[in-house]
Design a protein around this ligand. Structure first.
Ligand SMILES: NC(=O)c1ccc[n+]([C@@H]2O[C@H](COP(=O)([O-])OP(=O)(O)OC[C@H]3O[C@@H](n4cnc5c(N)ncnc54)[C@H](O)[C@@H]3O)[C@@H](O)[C@H]2O)c1
Length: 259
């Protein structure tokens, strides 16, 4: 644990899928600083290993859309850690294809990562967390978007992020009804300055102003601001929070677009 941090996740075992860059990397960094033992699961072996060794996390290769990869992750967690406290389902991709452009193959590729992968992440998490001794609880955190509420032309992305809300609520209600002591919530970032946006801004400088204008605060969010919400939801401070949608978007969806 770094000096100055409060150890809000001390003793917790966490998996962050899609932790090799952007928001996921920020979450891995903060979780490690807060005292969690973190498994960084990502398809990108080089970046994943680099980030993990910088932060004190452990890298595990995972293609989130593959069922067999999740089975491998589950058996690794069971044999090495015996339990799981936090699962962050973060990995997501965009397609930039509207309804007239998207092919079935494009649609399936995106849904495989953004929704099927998230459903498998929830299944794996519940399977590991429901065995917790009494008194301990698990937290599943699903990365959605302000796009869950406000559509963009990228039809598969918009649909997948709206789907995350339904998935999260269904998982939360089921776990509560079954008495599993597992919470499940979604985080909804607005435009957040990660590599994807940085590249877009380099290529098209007007994107920067457009992204800033989305929020009445007139700026983009940072990965640290999203990671701070993940720390809260992962911690025992969020013990009465389940099935919720947590916005980190500077008021983006509160503002009338024509004002
Ligand atoms: N950046 C934003 O402005 C923004 C806004 C709202 C929501 N989000 C959401 O936040 C999440 C992270 O976005 P980001 O901007 O940090 O993206 P990013 O591209 O920087 O990071 C995504 C990570 O997921 C990994 N990944 C991709 N496909 C994978 C697969 N099949 N299996 C395992 N790992 C895989 C990548 O290797 C990468 O490390 C996404 O779900 C995204 O939709 C981002």
């Amino acid at each position: 644990m770094n000096e100055g941090m409060s150890g809000r996740l001390a003793g917790k075992i966490a998996v962050v899928r899609g932790g090799a860059s952007g928001i996921g990397e920020g979450i891995v960094r903060r979780f490690c600083e807060e005292g969690a033992e973190v498994l960084l699961a990502d398809i990108d072996v080089a970046m994943g290993n680099e980030v993990a060794s910088n932060c004190g996390a452990t890298f595990i290769h995972l293609d989130v859309g593959k069922e067999s990869a999740w089975q491998h992750l589950e058996s690794t967690v069971r044999s090495n850690y015996r339990r799981l406290d936090v699962m962050v389902n973060n990995a997501g991709v965009v397609s930039a294809l509207d309804i007239t452009q998207v092919s079935v193959a494009d649609w399936d590729r995106l849904m495989n990562i953004n929704l099927r992968g998230m459903m498998l992440g929830c299944q794996t998490a519940i399977s590991l967390m429901r065995d917790h001794p009494a008194g301990e609880s698990g937290s599943i955190i699903n990365m959605a978007s302000s796009t869950s509420y406000l559509a963009i032309p990228d039809v598969a992305y918009t649909t997948s992020k709206a789907g995350v809300v339904g998935l999260t609520k269904s998982v939360a209600v089921h776990c509560a009804n079954e008495g599993f002591n597992v919470r499940c919530n979604s985080i909804h970032p607005g435009a957040t300055l990660t590599a994807i946006l940085k590249t877009a801004i380099e290529q098209m400088p007007e994107v920067e102003e457009a992204c800033k204008r989305m929020s009445p605060l007139n700026r983009m969010g940072t990965v640290e601001e999203v990671a701070a919400m993940a720390v809260f939801l992962a911690s025992d401070e969020a013990s009465f929070c389940t099935g919720g949608q947590y916005a980190v978007e500077g008021g983006t969806v509160s503002q009338h677009p024509r004002m």
